[in-house]
Design a protein around this ligand. Structure first.
Ligand SMILES: NC(=O)C1=CN([C@@H]2O[C@H](COP(=O)(O)OP(=O)(O)OC[C@H]3O[C@@H](n4cnc5c(N)ncnc54)[C@H](OP(=O)(O)O)[C@@H]3O)[C@@H](O)[C@H]2O)C=CC1
Ligand SMILES: CC(=O)[C@@H](O)[C@H](O)COP(=O)(O)O
Ligand SMILES: [Mn+2]
Length: 381
């Protein structure tokens, strides 16, 4: 029986993780949950799994839930509350299913406790990849990717020698605007941008998929996870999202991991690795797939993808600036304050204005994130 702590249990990845636990009640037990403000769904989860401790980021919502639950469930509050929940040390696996920069510090705390990290929160590696990978090595904590592409590569590399990799190929759906021209992007609506062709995900990552910043973040995530130079990390458009990613080896052999697009598979794998469980909820019928296609991404149209590659060469805290600027810009787009095509403009602006730093610690990352948000918020609002 593995004990699981889920951060971000009310979101898309969080709910899918809960569904996996429902399917395997003898193998997994949930010992703690966290959310930002969705106390309605959190309350249902607390009741269903008889959870004793949760953390809620939003203070008012936390107090509201406290008055409903009395002393039946301990409620920890705010960022500190989430960190305290992680420090409780009563679990085997931390699922980081919360979105954005908020995932960073809790993940560090779990690494220090030598926990397995089932890492969905890609922003953690984008903002502080070097620190996280070094800490995980120092403490002997496993980081198992949940992101579908990284899970695919991870699976392709089992039993392989890293020295024989010639490149990894991250597949990208191209998002809802794959077939729109650059000019047509100017007027796209929030609803159109939220209409991902293959995946049902949270709003932030769905907008990232539409700008292809998601793939940019994933290139940076792969750079740290698999420790390969950026020229060995290629992005290929594959609109069907059936091949989740591939690895090409020095002899020309290519391994790919395939399945119908459903996050329950990579989540389950991150929980069970190196084992696999019998699971029939996500099956793929190749007789129903008439076409698998591949082509080059358009870096002029999807500027965010190009910026992400550039930031890898830049180094220092530039990927933290990129992430913070992207979070603010996406949030502003979702609130109708800026246009879709302004997202990359604001990211470039922040990268230009905020000083990079090459010798940095975690406090510099926190400071850079804060400064970038303040700068962009002051301009956009
Ligand atoms: N969805 C997917 O298929 C995939 C997601 N990912 C990554 O997984 C992560 C989660 O994505 P997804 O599930 O789609 O996101 P959602 O928006 O669906 O869920 C986010 C979760 O995080 C909580 N949360 C939001 N902000 C904060 C905060 N400041 N502090 C604490 N908790 C917070 C939310 O709580 P509340 O509900 O209360 O707002 C919710 O539980 C992201 O990093 C994403 O890039 C990676 C691959 C695929
Ligand atoms: C499911 C998953 O891992 C997402 O990151 C997905 O890859 C988004 O799709 P695209 O970014 O390829 O559109
Ligand atoms: Mn992905």
């Amino acid at each position: 029986m593995k004990k699981i702590l889920i951060l971000g249990s009310t979101g898309s990845i969080g709910q899918s993780t809960i569904d996996i636990v429902r399917t395997f009640p003898k193998e997994f037990e949930i010992v703690g949950l966290s959310a930002n403000q969705n106390t309605e769904d959190l309350l249902k989860q607390i009741k269903e799994f008889k959870i004793k401790t949760v953390a809620i980021n939003d203070e008012a919502k936390a107090k509201e839930l406290k008055s409903i639950l009395n002393s039946k469930c301990e409620i920890l509050i705010g960022e500190k509350g989430i960190i305290e929940l992680v420090r409780r040390n009563n679990y085997d696996i931390l699922v980081t299913a919360l979105v954005g920069f908020a995932g960073l510090i809790p993940t560090i705390e779990a690494i220090k406790l030598k926990k397995r990290i089932a890492l969905a929160n890609k922003e953690t590696l984008v903002v502080a990849g070097e620190i996280i990978i070094n800490l995980a090595k120092e403490y002997g904590a496993e980081i198992i990717p949940v992101d579908s592409e990284h899970s695919a590569i991870f699976q392709c590399l089992v039993g392989e020698n890293k020295n024989y990799i010639s490149k990894i190929i991250l597949t990208a759906s191209g998002g809802p605007f794959l077939n729109k021209s650059i000019n047509e992007l100017y007027d796209v609506t929030i609803q159109e941008a939220l209409n991902h062709p293959n995946w049902k995900m949270g709003n932030k990552i769905t907008i990232d998929s539409a700008t292809m910043m998601n793939k940019g973040l994933e290139v940076i995530e792969a750079f740290w996870l698999f420790q390969l130079p950026k020229h060995k990390i290629e992005v290929v458009i594959h609109p069907q999202s059936v091949i989740h990613s591939m690895v090409e080896f020095v002899d020309g052999s290519i391994k790919a991991q395939l399945s119908s697009p459903n996050m329950k598979l990579p989540i389950l794998y991150a929980l069970t690795f190196p084992e696999r469980f019998q699971y029939s909820q996500v099956l793929t019928d190749f007789k129903k797939i008439s076409n698998l296609s591949f082509f080059e991404p358009d870096f002029d149209k999807f500027v965010c993808l190009k910026i992400a590659y550039d930031v890898i060469s830049e180094g220092g805290v530039s990927s933290c600036i990129l992430n913070a600027a992207n979070e603010v810009a996406v949030d502003s787009f979702l609130k109708g304050k800026i246009k879709f095509t302004q997202i990359p403009d604001y990211i470039k602006f922040a990268l230009d204005k905020i000083d990079n730093k090459f010798n940095f610690e975690i406090n510099d990352i926190i400071e850079t994130d804060k400064k970038t948000r303040e700068l962009l918020n002051s301009i956009i609002n």
